[in-house]
Write a protein that binds this ligand. Structure first.
Ligand SMILES: [Zn+2]
Length: 234
C-alpha cells in the first residue's frame, strides 16, 4: 500500500491514459480518464509507489523547515547563512535586528514571552530584511538602468508567491521579497531580467540576448531559482 495520499482528477478524453505527477504544493496528482475504475487507478498508483516515495523525500529536503526563531537557528540573507543570536534587555525597548559578521543579532525586552516574543523577533528580522533588501536591489537596478540608458518609475518589494519580478507598462519594477534570501548573482539576474524588459517587453531572442550581455550565466541563475524556490520563505 502506498504511504501517501493522492488526488484523483478525472479527464474526459477517451484516449489519454493514466498519468501521475508530483506538485510541490498540491502533492501527488493522478489523472485518469472517466471510464477507468478506481481499483485500476489504485493498482497503477501502487505500481508507481517506490518512485513517488523517492521523489516526495527529495522534495521534502528542498522545502524550508518552518522557522522557530530560537537562538542558534540559521537564517539566509543574500545567499549567506547567519546564526541567530538573541540578547535580552531588562528595560522595555523596541525590538531590533542587525547583521554583524556571521550573526543575525536580535535585541528585545525580556518581558516579551511566548507567541509575542516570537512575533517580535520575526517582525524585527523582516523589517531589517526589507529595509536593507530594498537598498541592495535599488542599487542594482540603478546600476543596470544607467548602463542601458533607461528609466524606471518606481521599485516595489512585495510578498508574491509565483513570480520573482515584473515590469509594468508604466515602468514600475516589482520584486519578490524572497529574493533577499537568494545569492547576489541570482538577485542580479532577476534585476537584469526586469530592467531588460524596459527595453524589450517580451521574451524574444532579442530580449534574451540583451540579458546575456549583462549576465552570461543567466541560464544557471534561472535554474537556481527553479530548484531552490521552496527553500526561500519570507
Ligand atoms: Zn520576463
Amino acid at each position: 500500500m502506498p504511504q501517501f495520499e493522492y488526488q484523483l482528477l478525472r479527464t474526459s478524453k477517451i484516449s489519454s491514459g493514466l498519468r501521475l505527477s508530483i506538485h510541490p504544493e498540491k502533492g501527488v496528482i493522478v489523472r485518469a480518464p472517466f471510464w477507468v475504475p478506481e481499483t485500476l487507478v489504485r493498482k497503477f498508483v501502487e505500481a508507481k509507489s517506490a518512485w513517488v516515495e523517492k521523489h516526495l523525500k527529495k522534495l521534502q529536503a528542498r522545502i524550508a523547515p518552518a522557522k522557530q526563531y530560537l537562538a542558534g537557528e540559521k537564517h539566509l540573507y543574500f545567499g549567506q547563512e547567519y546564526l541567530l543570536t538573541i540578547t535580552e534587555a531588562s528595560a522595555p525597548q523596541r525590538t531590533t535586528a542587525q547583521i554583524s559578521a556571521d550573526q543575525l543579532q536580535v535585541t528585545l525586552f525580556d518581558g516579551h514571552t511566548g507567541a509575542q516574543r516570537i512575533n517580535e523577533i520575526q517582525d524585527a528580522i523582516l523589517r531589517l530584511y526589507l529595509e536593507t533588501g530594498i537598498a541592495v536591489i535599488t542599487e542594482k537596478v540603478n546600476h543596470f538602468t544607467t548602463q542601458l540608458g533607461v528609466e524606471y518609475s518606481r521599485i516595489d518589494i512585495k510578498k508574491v508567491s509565483s513570480i520573482w519580478g515584473s515590469c509594468s507598462p508604466s515602468n514600475r519594477l516589482c520584486f519578490n521579497r524572497k529574493l533577499i534570501m537568494a545569492p547576489p548573482e541570482v538577485v542580479e539576474y532577476v534585476v537584469i531580467h526586469e530592467v531588460c524588459h524596459l527595453v524589450q517587453r517580451n521574451h524574444s531572442s532579442r530580449f534574451w540576448a540583451l540579458v546575456a550581455r549583462f549576465d552570461p550565466e543567466f541560464r544557471e541563475h534561472r535554474r537556481w531559482l527553479h530548484r531552490h524556490h521552496l527553500l526561500l520563505s519570507l
